[in-house]
Structures are given as C-alpha cells and as structure tokens.
Ligand binder design. Sequence first.
Ligand SMILES: NC(=O)c1ccc[n+]([C@@H]2O[C@H](COP(=O)([O-])OP(=O)(O)OC[C@H]3O[C@@H](n4cnc5c(N)ncnc54)[C@H](O)[C@@H]3O)[C@@H](O)[C@H]2O)c1
Length: 289
Amino acid sequence: MTVHGTGPVGSPRLAGRTALVLGGGHGSPENGTDGAVGAVDTLATVDTVGIGFATATTFARHGAATVVVDRDADAAARTVEEIRRCGGTGHGVVADATDPDQVGAAVAETLRLTGRLDVVHNNVGVTCLGGPEELTLDQWRATLAVNLDSVFLSAQKTIPHLLRHGGAIVNVSSTASIRWTGYPYPAYAAAKAAVNQLTRSLAVQYADRGIRVNAILAGLIDTPLVYRQLAGGRTVADVRAERAALSPTGAMGSPYDIAHAALFLASDEAAYITGTLLPVDGGLHVRAA
Ligand SMILES: NC(=O)c1ccc[n+]([C@@H]2O[C@H](COP(=O)([O-])OP(=O)(O)OC[C@H]3O[C@@H](n4cnc5c(N)ncnc54)[C@H](O)[C@@H]3O)[C@@H](O)[C@H]2O)c1
C-alpha cells in the first residue's frame, strides 16, 4: 500500500509532476472574442481572475511544472509570468482546444518541455445565452465544440501518455449541468451534462490502468467570463448583486475555491476517487434541487 501525506510539514502536493491546464490563461473581462454583450463598466471595476489562472498558479505553488494552454497568447503569458514571479515552473503554449492538431501539438510540447505528464485540467468553456428560438445551429455547435469537444480531444491526446505511469484528469463542469441555475443557456447546460457523463465513462474505462477522471461542478464563480458573457449590457454591480442573491451563501465563489478542489482531485490524496462529480457551489445544487 502506498502511504501518502507523510512528508514534512509544507510538502508540496504535486512535486515532481507536470500539470497541463487547458484554458489556463489570465483573460480579462474585456478581451473576449465570443461576441456576447458584456457589462457596461468592466474596465474600471472588475478585478478578478479566471478559474484556469487560479488553478494553474495553485498547481505551480504545489510544485507542479505547469504548462498553460490558451488560445489567447497574452492570457497564457500573464499566467506564466505570475507562476514564475512566485518561483514556480511555468510554460505557455498557444492552442485552440477545439482543434485536434493544435491540442496534439500542445501535448507534444508539454512532453518536450517537461518530459512527462501527470495531471490534465480541462478548463476551457464558454456560455451562450439563448434557447432553440434564439440560437442558430452554428452557435449550438460552437458551444458544444468549446465545452465538450475540448474535453474529448484533450483525453484523446493525453491518455496515451498518462497510461505510462498513471495520472489524473480534472474536468471543469457546472452546476448548470444538473440544475436550472437562473440562466437560459441550454446549449451550455447540455454540453456540460455531456462532460459529466464523459468523465464517468472514462473513469471506469481507465480505473484499472492508473488514470483517475473527475469533474468539478462549479457554481456561481466570480470570474471575467461572467462580466463578458452573462452581463447583457448591465453594470458590474448589478451582475454581482444578481449572482449573490442566487447563491445560498449570499455571495459568489472565488476561482480559488475551484482551484483548491482541483488540487485535491489532482493529488495523491484523492488516489481512490474517480468518476466523481464534485459540486463546488456553496450549496446551489441542493437549493435548486
Ligand atoms: N465562472 C463561473 O461562474 C463558472 C461556473 C460554472 C462553470 N464554469 C466553467 O469554468 C471554466 C472556466 O471558466 P472561467 O469563468 O474561468 O472562464 P474564463 O473565460 O475566465 O477562462 C476560460 C479560458 O479559456 C480560454 N479559452 C476559451 N476557449 C478556448 C479554446 N477554444 N481553446 C483554448 N482556450 C480557450 C479563454 O481564453 C480563457 O483564458 C469553464 O469551463 C466554465 O464553463 C464557470
């Protein structure tokens, strides 16, 4: 039996590991290219980070050589800069997570840079407001591509390497995959529900070959995406108040709430946990049941 957690006080939990964070860039509320109507006053009033940034920097703080993949080169560079500023090991790779060749190249670059792969964190995601009467088929397909194809392609390109000595995949899903959370975005909800079952299916398929696959169902989290994609031209204060009122705790969660759950699922402390869908949502999924 392997005994975990017996190192000296302060032992980093991912020492000697390589973590690949897809969608790990540090975006801003302004720089989205998704065409959604953002908040009217983001530039002056929002100071938050994405879940990918929070997770990549947390993994690096816990000793992982961390490869940050993002389609936005500046966003990836900002995360890597923060990792290095804190004394960690970080590398940036530009790739579109919906493109098989680019995902394959990003994985190959990870192996070239660090020589191994242990943890894969699939953070890429996009919301798209509107139902069947409002969305075009192209918008529906694009939403599925970013949220679901990205997880499939990541699994396809990384599992052959994870099989060498085992590893952990953490997928970022949403409370919206199992509940109505107040937003009319069925394409997003359906894509994330598919991510859940992809997670569970892969978990069982690879359970006896050393790969664990889990998902986090994130609730109402204070990230740039919220002000870029869900504001619909309202003020930041209005968006914050609305989301706080929706949460049982009376406040949005921090991206670091998700990052710490991801760190646990990625670490050996979760060695016997696979196929789990872990809500990190301040109880939102219970109240909306
Ligand atoms: N913010 C929330 O309240 C919330 C709630 C539930 C789930 N989530 C999920 O958490 C994840 C992260 O969300 P966030 O709020 O931090 O978003 P974010 O927009 O701040 O971060 C997502 C990152 O992914 C990158 N990205 C987007 N499409 C890409 C692509 N095709 N290829 C490569 N990179 C791409 C973006 O450039 C950005 O850096 C998403 O999967 C989202 O669905 C967020």
